[in-house]
Design a protein. Structure first.
Length: 290
């Protein structure tokens, strides 16, 4: 029987079986089920919405073309994230990565950015949204001070709270190695924030509202097109699975909460783009679509 509508509760296993049997709608639904997750990982990884959209499209093509090779020895999402990891770590450096800074350099840049009230300017967008955009942009920028492997480990293990058993499988390292790398990454990132950022440590002078005008002037915040708040579905902390046993004894960091409050946004890969992808000659031949 052909699939007729998209039901998020339909299991990946069923969608995969139907897809490989030539059900184009099932494959379309499998893509729709996972594309927002892939896009939000890409957005956090690159700090740029356009690059994130390109990476999402590239990963979806890989997922679809390799679907027949999925052996179901692991969870499908784990398999997808391994493709994400391999693709992201090996892709060409993005525009923000090309000029990525060390934490010291990033901190110096914040210090040198003048404190200036937004009331000096007039924008069509509400100031509170601009300040929120500046905060998210700055925090994404901090993540770019990490190397690519650290960033991916942080996204998997801290932001989306994957168990070390899954994280190690995605990163293709031992569970102990994954935990050590995650601990070092969090320590490096959160120590910087605790010494520089005023969101939690109120002793620090850096405040998002004071730096927003500067971020706008430097092009890091677009007052017309808010990259991190478009098509918000919910927040990241609302979509992650319940915190797992591995982490229950660990004190949840206030800085982790800040990152998990970031918007979880809809992928810009539209339905027509998916249909175009599935209509390509390669995909038709792979899945025997008519």
């Amino acid at each position: 029987m052909r699939s007729t509508s998209f039901d998020i509760t339909v299991s990946d296993t069923i969608l995969i079986e139907k897809s490989l049997a030539g059900d184009k709608i099932a494959l379309e639904n499998l893509i729709k089920k996972h594309q927002d997750w892939i896009y939000n990982v890409a957005l956090t990884f690159t700090g740029d919405s356009e690059e994130a959209a390109d990476l999402t499209q590239e990963v979806l093509i890989k997922v679809v073309t390799k679907l027949a090779s999925f052996q179901q020895k692991s969870n499908f999402k784990t398999w997808v994230y391994r493709i994400v990891k391999n693709h992201f770590l090996n892709t060409k450096r993005g525009k923000y990565e090309t000029n990525s800074l060390s934490f010291d350099e990033f901190g110096q840049g914040l210090d040198q950015l003048p404190n200036e009230p937004l009331s000096n300017y007039s924008f069509e967008v509400e100031n509170k949204l601009l300040v929120k955009e500046a905060k998210i942009s700055c925090m994404k920028g901090m993540l770019l001070c990490l190397d690519r492997e650290q960033r991916m480990i942080y996204i998997i293990g801290e932001l989306f709270e994957f168990a070390d058993s899954i994280g190690s499988e995605i990163m293709e390292v031992s569970k102990e190695n994954f935990r050590v790398k995650l601990h070092r990454t969090k320590k490096q990132l959160y120590n910087f924030m605790n010494n520089k950022c005023g969101l939690i440590n109120k002793k620090n002078p850096c405040r998002c509202a004071r730096k927003t005008a500067g971020f706008i002037k430097m092009g890091f915040v677009d007052p017309v097109n808010l990259h991190f708040q478009k098509k918000t579905i919910t927040s990241i902390n609302k979509v992650i699975d319940k915190k797992i046993e591995t982490y229950k004894e660990e004190i949840t960091s206030e800085y982790q909460k800040l990152y998990q409050e970031h918007p979880f946004v809809q992928s810009p890969i539209m339905l027509q783009s998916i249909k175009d992808l599935l209509s390509s000659k390669t995909i038709k031949e792979t899945f025997n679509f008519e």
